[in-house]
Design a protein around this ligand. Sequence first.
Ligand SMILES: [Zn+2]
Length: 370
Amino acid sequence: MSETFSGIARDGAARAGVLRTAHGEVPTPAFMPVGTKGTVKSVDPDELRALGAGIVLGNAYHLHFRPGEELIAELGGLHAFMGWDGPILTDSGGFQVFSLRDTLLEVDDDGVTFRSVYDGAPERFTPELAARVQERLGSDVAMCLDICLPAGTDRSELEEAVRRTTLWAQQQRDLPRAPGQLRFAITQGGLDGELRRRSSAELVALGFDGYAIGGLSVGEHREPMFDATTEAAAFLPEEKPRYFMGIGDPEGVLEVISRGVDMFDCVLPTRTARTGSALTREGRLNLRNARFARDQRPLEEGCPCPACTRFSRAYVRHLVNQQEILGLRLLSLHNLRFLLDLVAAARRAIERGEFLSWKEEALEGAKGAM
Ligand SMILES: [Zn+2]
């Protein structure tokens, strides 16, 4: 086992371990709340810590344009800037560039040209820029620039994306990094088993601190997505951490853990909160529903979050309907706690060697929470 990652327990393909970073250790499997613009929307760092978050995600695309990595570096780096002294993973910006399809201008072997969502000006991301932005931000884990394509892309285009993603990772691999910063490569290949294996094998041959499974959860059906996860993970080394990008529903999280994934991120808990919904063991509750008007129970019985320990569903419903900021905050705190607790329970089940039976039971109730 490497210094960066060590396994503690294994149950089938599922693993419990520890990721070591310059700002502390992260027990895995780990859910990473998303702080796109240097904040997990409406939740402060002390609250994040109390909810059980061990690592948060920042977004190089957005921070590069607003307020800019040089300004953040001048103010002491992203940890100091956002008041979070725990581990931070930053994505490279590739996902934003390629998911905002109508802003794309040109892709070549050296990078990608696109229009910024902020002012429409033509901009260019290259492996050099991705390395430099993340070096200046000072994150603990930096990601390689990659090409992420939507579901349904034809094979020749996927193959070209795999080729360029490897080429860019090779260019980014040895560039300067922040002290102690880890660098993860991102595998691509869509749902094509052969391309997934090729992408994993090529990136592993280059040698990185960890590997992400990218280009999934982009609009495809669930079963083929899980199969592709198995294919992608099969060629990744045991001793390195594996990160599935962009999954956060209860079923999805447990399914990727069962396939050997250690880390994942998603905006789902906070986005769901903004739609007025709570994640619970019995499924998703839409607090706008009139049936909660006189419901004195907490969002979830027994949940230790700030929303459930003090407030009723009826009160949260009132706040949501009146678009009060506290309603959004309480739902965000609860939803983050729900997912972080689910993943912590998964870790304990792996340690006990009971992950599969525990997972079936956990998903019985949570089916509606997807
Ligand atoms: Zn709660």
